[in-house]
Structure formats: C-alpha cells, structure tokens
Unconditional design. Structure first.
Length: 320
C-alpha cells in the first residue's frame, strides 16, 4: 500500500476514532478473543472471489442492503420458514454471495466457537471482496453483535427508480450525507443489473412508448439492442466498459448521461452531487478511493448492536 494511502487512512481513523469508540467498536476487538480473525476471513473471501470476481459487487451490495435495514446487524442473512425475512423482500431476491459469508463464519467457528458475529464477518467480507479485485481498502472496526429480528416488511431500501430528493432523504435518515450518497453510488462501477429494471425507462417512460429524456439517446439505442421489449433477463453492466475494474469511470458514464438507473442519472440533479461527479471526471478520480473508504467506514457504523444487545449467532442464517 502506498505511503500516501496509509497516511490517509490514519487520518480516517483519527477523525472517526471517537465515534467508533462511542459505538463500542475497536479495530483490535478480537485480538485476544480470537487472534487472526481478519486473516481467516480474507483467506476464505479470496478463495471465492478470485474464482468468481463478480462476487465482489454482490458482497458489497449485500453489506449495503444489510446496513440500510435495522443497521449492520446481519439481519439480511436470516432465513424464515415463512419467507417473510429481509432476504425475501423483492429488492433482496437478487442478493447473492451468502455462501461466502457462511464459509468464513464456519472457519471462525472452528477456530473460536461463539466469538465472532456474523455482522462483523459480513463487514470484513465486503471489504476483502473489493480488495481482491484491487479496489480500495478501508479499516473495519469490530465488535458488532447480530440482530434477532428480520422482517420482509422493513426492507425499504433506496430504490433505483427514485429521484435525488428521495435518495437524499434515504441516506440522511441513516446518518449519511449527500457526499456519502454520491460516493457510495460509485460502487456501481462493478455492478451488474438486468434488462428488467430498465425496461420501462427505455421503452415506455411516461406510458406513451417513449424513453427517459434524461438518458443519452445513443445509450438508449445501445440498451435497446441488448434488451428487447419482452426481455427481462439479459444482464447489463452498470459501468459499461469498466465493470471489472473498481475505478471512477462510473462518474464519467453518469456525466455523459449514461447512468443505467434513474437513481444514477439523478445525481446530476443536485449541485453537490453533480459537482462531485465533475470533479472526479476532471481529475481522473483522484480522491475517489479515499472518499469511498471514508464512506464505507460510516456505512459500517449504522445502527449497530453492541454490548448485551443482540447475540453472536452460531450460524448466520438462524438465530441461536
């Protein structure tokens, strides 16, 4: 890791140190309770993601979806016999990568039974998955505990179909600011979606057989070549031409009005988010890696459970 990146991370930790301590987390939380936690999780994550690099985006998305509902408590991982848990909600039906978290947790259970929470495992797996594809590193303070409640009805996640006002509100109520919104949207640089989620946007935006006027016409034409009117399955790159590389190219695409979702295009409708996009385009993404690291640390602190709250699950899919 370059010296300048190390120094930047020292600044991150010093700025967030008080907040992290107040929330009961610690970078060395498992130092004596279960030495080598991070090395174990990294080894398992590398085994999976090196074979299937697309898991990096999937696991990053899983972490985001978990933290936005009931906080970072691994409630997304819980299964329900009645299919009414978070993972059964429509936005989460396409979430994948559970096997990676389960494998890392199983390895830790052999090493230190009942010590490491699934919430911490998921936070580490998301970070390490991005590292495998040479994305940015961020510190993961540890000590989260697992929630016992997971409700399908509570999975009100930021929608790809909404405008900037709704997105800002979604993030604000979770303690994330406008910069976090535009920075974390940059995770779409490695994302894959499908024709199903943009069908209306390119074929019947207002009910009159038209396309969304906020999209680049040439981009609409290219999407129509890939997605026929009745095609809801074909996969689409969220950052065309750069989907395998974690970089700032996503902002170039958005600036060219080639954002795949309404929520991507909406970033041009706010002065602050638009300014950030223009800065990243103009500087070749000079601050994106550091900014992403900062925002991921904040994401990982949302509404966490510590102390006597929650539990340490033996298996991530089931409460004890």
């Amino acid at each position: 890791m370059a010296i300048k990146n190390i120094l930047a991370l020292v600044v991150i930790l010093s700025v967030l140190g008080v907040s992290v301590a107040q929330k009961g987390l610690n970078l060395d939380y498992y130092k004596y309770k279960c030495p080598g936690v991070e090395a174990t999780v990294r080894r398992v994550t590398e085994q999976y993601v090196s074979r299937q690099p697309s898991l990096a985006a999937a696991l990053l998305r899983m972490h985001f979806h978990d933290c936005f509902v009931r906080g970072c408590d691994a409630s997304l991982l819980l299964k329900s016999p009645n299919k009414d848990a978070e993972r059964d909600a429509i936005p989460n039906l396409s979430v994948r990568g559970y096997e990676v978290v389960d494998a890392a947790k199983a390895a830790l259970e052999k090493k230190c039974p009942g010590v490491v929470s699934c919430a911490d495992v998921l936070s580490l797996v998301a970070r390490d998955a991005v590292l495998v594809i040479r994305g940015p590193w961020w510190p993961v303070p540890l000590g989260r505990r697992d929630g016992r409640i997971s409700r399908k009805s509570e999975a009100n996640l930021p929608s790809p179909f909404v405008g900037i006002g709704e997105l800002k509100k979604n993030f604000r109520v979770k303690g994330l600011n406008v910069k976090d919104l535009v920075v974390l949207s940059g995770a779409h640089t490695i994302g894959i979606s499908s024709c199903a989620l943009i069908n209306t946007r390119i074929y019947n935006f207002t009910g009159k057989g038209d396309s969304d006027p906020s999209m680049n016409p040439s981009y609409v034409r290219s999407l129509k070549k890939k997605c026929k009117p009745t095609d809801f399955r074909t996969p689409l790159e969220m950052d065309p031409g750069s989907v395998k590389t974690f970089d700032s190219h996503y902002y170039t695409a958005v600036a060219q009005k080639k954002g795949l979702f309404t929520s991507d295009s909406a970033l041009l409708d706010d002065p602050e988010t638009r300014s950030y996009i223009e800065t990243q385009v103009g500087t070749g993404g000079s601050s994106f890696a550091k900014d992403f690291s900062d925002s991921m640390v904040k994401l990982g602190l949302i509404e966490i459970l510590t102390g006597n709250k929650g539990e340490i699950r033996k298996k991530c899919a089931f409460v004890n």
